[in-house]
Design a protein around this ligand. Structure first.
Ligand SMILES: Nc1ncnc2c1ncn2[C@@H]1O[C@H](COP(=O)(O)OP(=O)(O)OP(=O)(O)O)[C@@H](O)[C@H]1O
Ligand SMILES: [Mg+2]
Length: 256
C-alpha cells in the first residue's frame, strides 16, 4: 500500500489577480511506506506549499491527495493530525517557551493522544519523559522543570522532534528543521531525526537547502522548480550524485 499518493495537485495563490502565482503546478508524487524523501529546490519553488497541502493547512485548487488509500484532499488539518507530525524551521514554533520541558511533553501527549503518556504529570510520566529525553545526550533529563524558553534553538528542535514522533506518526514532515541552527546543533538534530526515522521505520519528508544533508540522508531525492518536480532520484541513483551536480541544477533552474 502506498503511504502517499498525490495526483496532479495544483495550488494557486491570489488567483485571478495580477499577483497570481502557481505554487504547485500539477504535481504527482507517490511515496511507499518507510520511504525517506528529501526535497530540494530554490526559494519559492513550492516545497513548503506541498507540505502544507499534505498536512491540510492549505487546500488544493485541483488534483487529489491520498494517505494510505484514504482520500484526504478536502479533509482539514485537525482530521489528519493523528497521522502527520511536523517540524518547522523556526525552533520557536514547535515548543511553548513559558512551559517547562515536562509540561511541553504533556501538551504534546494530549495533542497526539499518546497512549503511553495519557496520564497526568505523575512520577510515571516524568520517568517516561526522562527516558525519552536522555537519548539526546544533552543532559536535559535532569532539567525537566526548566522553562523551554531558556533552552537553545538546537535543544528546542531536538525536543520538538522527540515530541512530534512519540506517538508513531504515519508521516513525518520536516521543513528545513536545521536552517536556524549552528553547524554542530544542526548535525545533532539531523542525526537524531535520521535515527528516529530509521528506528521507528517512519515515512518521512525532509525539505532542505543544505545539499550535503540532501546527499547524506534519505532514500529518495526530488528537486522542485516553479511548482513542479523536475528531478526524481531513487536510492541507487541518489547514492551516485555529487554535490557539484546538485549545485549546478540550481543555476539551471528558472526561479530567481
Ligand atoms: N500564503 C501565501 N500567499 C501568497 N503566496 C504564497 C503563499 N505561500 C506561498 N506563496 C507563494 O507560493 C510560491 C511557493 O512558495 P513556497 O513557500 O511553497 O516555496 P518554498 O519552496 O518553500 O520556498 P523557500 O525555500 O523559500 O521556503 C512562492 O511564489 C510564494 O511566494
Ligand atoms: Mg519553504
Amino acid at each position: 500500500m502506498k503511504m502517499l499518493d498525490i495526483e496532479q495537485l495544483t495550488k494557486y495563490f491570489n488567483r485571478g489577480t495580477p499577483s497570481e502565482v502557481v505554487a504547485l503546478d500539477h504535481v504527482s508524487l507517490a511515496m511507499e511506506e518507510k520511504e525517506f524523501l528529501v526535497i530540494i529546490g530554490s526559494n519559492g519553488s513550492g516545497k513548503t506549499t506541498l507540505l502544507n497541502l499534505i498536512a491540510g493547512n492549505h487546500f488544493a485548487d485541483a488534483g487529489s491527495l491520498s494517505i494510505q488509500n484514504i482520500d484526504v484532499t478536502s479533509q482539514p488539518d485537525y482530521a489528519r493530525s493523528k497521522w502527520i507530525a511536523r517540524v518547522f524551521q523556526d525552533p520557536l514554533k514547535g515548543t511553548a517557551p513559558d512551559l517547562s520541558i515536562l509540561e511541553n511533553f504533556r501538551l504534546a501527549s494530549l495533542r497526539t493522544k499518546s497512549k503511553s503518556l495519557r496520564t497526568g504529570i505523575n512520577q510515571l510520566f516524568r520517568k517516561r519523559v526522562q527516558e525519552l529525553v536522555s537519548v539526546l545526550n544533552l543532559g536535559l533529563e535532569n532539567k525537566l522543570d526548566t522553562l523551554v524558553g531558556k533552552l537553545s534553538g538546537g535543544q528546542r528542535q531536538a525536543l520538538t522532534l522527540l515530541m512530534a514522533t512519540m506517538d508513531q506518526p504515519k508521516l513525518l514532515l520536516l521543513d528545513e528543521p536545521t536552517a536556524a541552527l549552528d553547524p554542530r546543533s544542526s548535525a545533532v538534530v539531523m542525526e537524531l531525526a535520521n535515527r528516529i526515522i530509521t528506528v521507528q521505520q517512519l515515512t518521512a519528508i525532509l525539505v532542505t537547502h543544505n545539499l550535503k544533508q540532501a546527499l547524506d540522508y534519505g532514500s529518495r531525492l526530488i528537486m522542485m522548480d516553479s511548482g513542479q518536480i523536475k528531478r526524481d532520484f531513487q536510492q541507487i541513483e541518489k547514492s551516485t550524485l555529487q554535490l557539484a551536480d546538485m549545485q549546478q541544477w540550481f543555476y539551471e533552474s528558472a526561479a530567481v
